[in-house]
Write a protein that binds this ligand. Structure first.
Ligand SMILES: *[C@@H]1O[C@H](CO)[C@@H](O)[C@H](O)[C@H]1NC(C)=O
Ligand SMILES: *[C@@H]1O[C@H](CO)[C@@H](O)[C@H](O)[C@H]1NC(C)=O
Ligand SMILES: *[C@@H]1O[C@H](CO)[C@@H](O)[C@H](O)[C@H]1NC(C)=O
Ligand SMILES: *[C@@H]1O[C@H](CO)[C@@H](O)[C@H](O)[C@H]1NC(C)=O
Ligand SMILES: *[C@@H]1O[C@H](CO)[C@@H](O)[C@H](O)[C@H]1NC(C)=O
Length: 403
């Protein structure tokens, strides 16, 4: 009786670790350089170049590009952005001790620098952002305000802090009467921002008809009063986005993945049409996404990377996601390169829990050297939950042995 009760405790502990739902995004990010090499930052304290798409299924290990000056990758919700004109990567939310700083990776020089930022009223723990292709200016939505931050042509930090400037209180009203009311319909909005054609698209706006977006025109700093319809009734919900690059010129399409992961929508802002592709392999609302010219990549909080091949000219629907097994699991054990499986569908990271199931989100950001507790990290709290149950089970065992 007691033993089976104890067994139940232990099983519950393992299960708790394996299925703890994440509550924040990964302390790692994936993005691309201008030659469409997949760059993976913050994977077990290392950074990798996983090469171009044709090599992702190969068993050759990724190139370790870890070098000095990199961010600690000890904060959840890390995001990174390619400045295509400059072959620079800008990394936000990668340093728990300096949450508003932007780390800059110069791809050509393989060097890091840390740009200090004057955040003003911008909240680095609560925002969505895009990096505009042509102006190299970030636009973000934080606390019902629209902000901008100008990266100029930076491939390295400058000595002075650069500011998040308030642009306007956006009008997110969903009516078509053509009037503008600053701040309208922003209450409670969890921002979903997508970039294409130098326009910021706001999705998941409360009360917006399915298949529509509110549009902010960057070059005129103008919020279009009337929603735009994109031809397919993609749901008006929170989700994640990634813009597909072109080899030259501004992005014309972006992917939208609703939080439930039920589909991947690719919205073309030239033709005003939407393609419905396969949803990602792991349905985690805290997964992050990045896109090249020909692939959409998912990074889960559990550290697994998968991709959906996409050809803007020929892909019309469906598609098959595949795991990028040459990368170690971002938040798993410290095993790194050289452990790839040849199969191409099994994550090679050896996490403390089942890594084959969906929703797996165990493991803490092992790149972190600080012992500071971070109650925003879902991965960390998931482990704590598991450890707590194990501790309870251990104490029960101790108590039984004492009897
Ligand atoms: C991370 O994202 C979650 C969910 O959006 C949010 O609750 C949390 O405050 C964020 N934490 C940080 C450090 O950005
Ligand atoms: C897309 O919609 C915009 C705004 O309604 C319109 O100006 C444009 O002509 C449309 N494009 C096509 C290809 O219909
Ligand atoms: C798609 O078509 C355009 C125009 O023909 C071409 O420039 C581009 O290279 C094509 N893209 C791909 C991925 O083949
Ligand atoms: C994980 O590591 C342990 C110990 O090194 C090993 O026994 C186990 O087979 C590994 N599991 C996977 C899935 O690689
Ligand atoms: C993921 O977890 C959520 C919440 O625990 C659950 O509702 C959902 O069905 C799970 N999805 C999968 C694919 O397991």
């Amino acid at each position: 009786m007691l033993w089976s009760l104890l067994t139940a405790f232990v099983v519950a502990g393992i299960h708790g670790v394996a299925t703890a739902a994440s509550t924040a995004g990964p302390a790692a990010c994936v993005t691309f350089d201008i030659n469409w090499n997949l760059l993976a930052f913050g994977f077990n304290g290392k950074d990798y170049n996983a090469g171009t798409q044709d090599t992702w299924g190969s068993s050759s290990p990724p190139t370790d590009i870890t070098t000095q000056g990199r961010p600690p990758f000890d904060s959840p919700n890390t995001t990174c952005y390619l400045a295509q004109f400059f072959n620079a990567i800008y990394v936000l939310n990668a340093d728990n001790s300096s949450p508003s700083s932007i780390y800059i990776y110069d791809v050509a020089k393989a060097s890091w620098s840390k740009q200090s930022v004057d955040a003003g009223t911008f909240d680095p723990t609560n925002f969505a952002a895009i990096l505009d292709h042509d102006t190299n200016v970030f636009y973000s939505y934080s606390g019902a305000d629209l902000f901008s931050l100008d990266m100029q042509s930076q491939t390295a930090a400058i000595s002075s802090a650069i500011p998040w400037k308030e642009v306007q209180k956006p009008d997110l009203s969903t009516d078509s009467d053509g009037t503008t009311t600053p701040g309208a319909n922003t209450a409670g909005y969890q921002p979903v921002m997508a970039l294409a054609q130098n326009h910021v698209h706001f999705l998941g706006v409360p009360g917006l008809a399915a298949g529509n977006a509110k549009i902010f025109v960057i070059h005129f700093s103008f919020m279009q009063p009337t929603p735009q319809f994109y031809g397919t009734a993609f749901p008006d919900t929170h989700g994640k986005t990634a813009s597909f690059f072109l080899d030259a010129g501004v992005q014309q399409e972006f992917a939208f993945i609703p939080d439930d992961g039920s589909a991947t929508y690719v919205i073309n802002v030239e033709s005003n049409t939407t393609k419905t592709l396969t949803g990602p392999p792991q349905q985690d609302p805290f997964a992050s996404y990045s896109a090249s010219t020909s692939a959409l990549v998912q990074l889960t909080p559990g550290g697994q990377v998968a991709f959906l091949a996409y050809d803007p000219n020929t892909t019309t629907s469906g598609g098959t996601w595949a795991t990028i097994s040459k990368l170690p699991s971002a938040l798993g054990s410290a095993s790194s390169s050289g452990t790839s499986s040849a199969g191409g569908s099994t994550p090679t990271g050896n996490t403390t829990s089942s890594s084959s199931g969906k929703n797996s989100s165990s493991g803490s950001p092992s790149g972190s050297s600080s012992g500071s507790s971070n109650n925003n990290s879902g991965a960390v709290s998931g482990v704590r939950l598991g450890a707590g149950i194990f501790l309870a089970a251990g104490m029960a065992l101790f108590g039984m042995l004492a009897m």
